[in-house]
Design a protein around this ligand. Structure first.
Ligand SMILES: NC(=O)C1=CN([C@@H]2O[C@H](COP(=O)(O)OP(=O)(O)OC[C@H]3O[C@@H](n4cnc5c(N)ncnc54)[C@H](O)[C@@H]3O)[C@@H](O)[C@H]2O)C=CC1
Ligand SMILES: O=C(O)CCC(=O)C(=O)O
Length: 444
């Protein structure tokens, strides 16, 4: 067995019943084969792959809170501090009933490589809970967030670990979490990102992941003498990433015809009305049926189906493993040119392989959705210097970061004879910086 295969088997054996974590590790390790094989004895002696696939620390805790009926509820809380070789742990908090330790480990592992690609000094971590924010009152959300932070604050700090938002954690939740941290620590410091603009948040953080996704696709198109003008784009999701991806795609001249949530999807041949989508999702926190009710050109369908729509560019922005092999086959049959991941690992391995075999440009989440965490790192910088930069300043830094990521992953792929394989390029470029820092810091 090669060293890479041995390490993968070790991950499977030591982390039973965590299929998403296995999937994320396998994709990275498979990409790293040429790098490892070029220096296998050295990496094996240093146990570098064992160390990089094992979190530094996994924190599991009880989150009790009282609901509006006076009933005590108990959820599971998680924070996985995966790797801090290049900076403090950094990564979001996911609140969704499907969350398990395995989900958080896969997300934390991905975050290590993504954060490395941003070129900024941030390590990788992720956290969350199986708490379901859907249908809860503001008071219930606050009670949960305060209880969650009452344990989490012991493990985080502006130079230690800086959480942020993810699925189910937006501005409201970050506000409640920050309030409780401040109260427990008696310190006003940049311990969370995605904060409100009146208490240390950065302009353009809300937009950053979706905008960044469009900036990197734009780099790809420019590099291939193409542009968004006149292109049809399909997007899944209707949350933070999806909304700002749709907004920027339309600004760049494309027509976006789909959006979806966990119960259904919209086909709007006249192009998604972003102001209406924001009203339905950000203000009313309602279902997409309300979008369809207010928009005569829109069709609403139950279930999934976004990937059946003919498109030039497909942007999965909802959740993991939402784009399957059959979807990839339909996209290719319909002439798709680019698939770029706004969500984390939304494309199954079989679908990714099929798209790449068919020479579709595939930009993986680690690179394509790194704009969010990159602007989070810029929020940390602004908090450290106690200054706020303008929207234009942050946005132009985001554009430069996404262009650099595209150049770096293209170059890394080329260096190993895998021209235009952006999965390999992202994994290799992300790995090289972290591995180098780990080696320089000794056996820790
Ligand atoms: N918010 C951020 O800055 C970043 C988010 N991401 C990733 O982007 C994805 C979306 O995150 P956000 O937009 O922040 O979350 P969000 O909570 O704002 O929106 C999530 C969207 O996905 C849909 N969704 C969630 N679970 C689903 C399921 N099981 N089936 C179908 N649809 C489902 C929801 O209905 C919603 O439309 C996630 O994979 C997240 O990890 C990645 C980088 C940064
Ligand atoms: O802004 C951050 O720190 C985290 C964003 C995030 O969770 C992600 O990149 O998946």
């Amino acid at each position: 067995m090669t060293y890479v295969d041995e390490v993968y088997q070790r991950v499977v054996d030591q982390n039973p019943a965590q299929p998403e974590f296995h999937q994320a590790v396998k994709e990275v390790l498979d990409s790293l084969r040429p790098v490892i094989e070029a220096n296998e004895a050295h990496y094996r002696k240093e146990a570098l792959l064992e160390r990089i696939t094992t979190p530094d620390r996994q924190i599991l805790f009880r989150v009790p809170w009282v609901d509006d009926q006076g009933q005590v509820q108990v959820n599971n809380g998680f924070r996985v501090q995966f790797n801090n070789a290049i900076g403090p742990y950094k990564g979001g908090l996911r609140l969704h009933p499907s969350v398990t330790l395995g989900t958080i480990k896969f997300l934390g592992f991905e975050q290590v490589f993504k954060n490395s690609l941003t070129t900024l000094p941030i390590g990788g971590g992720k956290g969350g809970s199986d708490f379901d924010p859907k249908g809860k009152s503001d008071r219930e959300i606050m009670a949960f967030c305060q209880s969650f932070m009452t344990e989490l604050y012991k493990h985080i700090g502006p130079n230690v670990d800086v959480p942020a938002g993810d699925i189910g954690t937006g501005a409201r939740e970050i506000g409640y979490l920050y309030g409780q941290y401040k109260r427990l620590r008696t310190a006003y410091e940049g311990v969370l990102t995605g904060k409100g603009l009146t208490f240390g948040g950065s302009l353009a953080r809300t937009e950053a992941t979706g905008y960044g996704l469009l900036y990197i696709v734009n780099e790809y198109l420019k590099d291939h003498n193409d542009s968004f003008t006149g292109k049809t784009v399909t997007v899944s999701g209707a949350g933070n990433v999806a909304i700002y991806a749709i907004e920027k795609a339309q600004e760049l001249g494309a027509k976006v015809v789909t959006t979806s949530d966990s119960t259904g999807w919209i086909y709007d041949p006249e192009g998604i009305d972003v102001a209406l989508l924001k009203e339905v999702k950000e203000v009313k926190r309602a279902r997409l049926t309300e979008y369809a009710a207010a928009r005569p050109s829109a069709e609403y369908h139950e279930g999934r189906g976004v990937w059946s729509v003919k498109t030039d560019i497909a942007l999965p922005c909802a959740t993991q493993n939402e784009l399957h092999l059959e979807d990839a086959q339909t996209l290719v049959a319909n002439g798709v040119q680019v698939v770029a991941e706004g969500a984390n690992m939304p494309t199954t391995r079989e679908a990714t392989d099929f798209l790449q075999e068919n020479k579709i440009a595939f930009l993986p989440g680690k690179a394509a959705n790194a704009g969010g965490v990159a602007v989070s790192a810029l929020e940390m910088s602004q908090n450290s210097e106690r200054l706020s930069w303008t929207f234009e300043e942050v946005d132009s830094k985001l554009q430069a970061i996404m262009a650099d990521i595209y150049q770096n992953i293209s170059a890394a792929a080329k260096k190993y004879g895998k021209d235009e394989d952006y999965v390999a390029g992202a994994n290799i470029a992300g790995f090289e910086k972290v591995a180098n820092a780990m080696e320089a810091q000794g056996i820790v």
